[in-house]
Design a protein around this ligand. Structure first.
Ligand code: CAA
Length: 259
């Protein structure tokens, strides 16, 4: 499929890589780009051979936010009627296989929110995160006021949302927003390494792990633990659980069949 605002390729026939590709606009996220991103994610999710996806941008920008030029003249009626920042932006929430954000450069506004919608973030040492919408007379609209406090706590989320300042990769890692920082020139190598490691496990188990961790953000502790327990029990019905444990007991590598 030919895309205009993203590029798509696979690595080792197992990892689906989506690169945001509006370099002149620092990958500002306009409607057509978000439609393409949703299509590419859904196609990879439906592809049996793919075990993990990566979303990345350019060295200078993962994405500098929603496209300000496009939305500058929208009225309340426009955004409310069309449910702006909803349909295509939320596609990523329905993706069941793991999605890693490989972030270099600016991840601001909707760009930071897109990274936070991924399952985890690996950041290059030049990454900068922020929710600068306040400077435009608005607030974050793609989940920033909800996911950022869950990731970094109330005080830092308030600081970022109210002052509009950026935080660098070190601050983001210390605060728990990103899982690892790597040198810029190692970003894709390291992220691909993580993705291939995930692809080496049972897809049933990686999907269940993702579903269960996400549940931690959407339910109370007792409900979340019960959800996890039932998924944990369910995995004993899979051939991959028999294979993984037999391989351990017999000191041999596991060969998962995703069944
Ligand atoms: N939308 C549209 N165009 C953007 C953009 C955005 N979010 N961010 C950058 N661009 C464009 C610039 O207009 C500029 O275009 P021209 O060359 O045609 O002038 C080009 O990208 C390069 O940008 P700069 O010249 O500004 O580059 P810089 O290195 O000096 O600054 C920056 C980089 C700090 C990221 C700055 O571009 C910036 O502040 N961008 C806006 C960030 C922002 O406010 N994001 C939030 C958007 S609102 C939102 O996302 C709502 C939501 O929650 C969904």
């Amino acid at each position: 499929m030919a895309y205009e605002f993203i590029t798509v390729h696979t690595e080792a026939d197992k990892v689906g890589v989506i690169t945001l590709n509006r370099p002149k606009q620092l990958n500002a996220l306009n409607g057509p780009l978000m439609v393409e991103l949703g299509q590419a994610l859904k196609a990879f999710d439906a592809n049996e051979a793919i075990g993990c996806m990566i979303i990345t941008g350019s060295e200078k920008a993962f994405a500098a936010g929603a496209d300000i030029g496009a939305m500058a003249t929208y009225s309340f009626a426009d955004v409310y009627k069309n449910d702006y920042i909803t349909r295509d932006w939320e596609t990523i929430r329905s993706i069941r296989k793991p999605v890693i954000a490989a972030v270099s450069g600016f991840a601001l506004g909707g760009g930071c929110e897109l990274a936070m919608m991924c399952d985890f973030i690996i950041a290059a040492d030049n990454a900068k995160f922020g929710q600068p919408e306040i400077k435009l007379g608005i607030i974050p609209g793609a989940g920033g006021t909800q996911r950022l406090p869950r990731a970094v706590g109330k005080s830092k989320a308030m600081d970022l949302a109210l002052t509009g300042r950026m935080m660098d990769a070190n601050e983001a890692e210390k605060a728990g927003l990103v899982s690892r920082i790597v040198p810029l020139d190692k970003l894709m190598e390291e992220t691909l390494g993580a993705a291939l490691m995930i692809c080496g496990y049972s897809q049933l188990a990686t999907m269940a792990a993702k579903e269960s961790v996400n549940r931690a953000f959407e339910s109370g502790l007792a409900d979340g633990v019960m959800f996890e327990r039932r998924l944990f029990h369910a995995l004993f019905a899979t051939a991959d659980q028999k294979e993984g444990m037999d391989a351990f007991v017999n000191k041999r590598p596991a060969a998962f069949k995703n069944a």
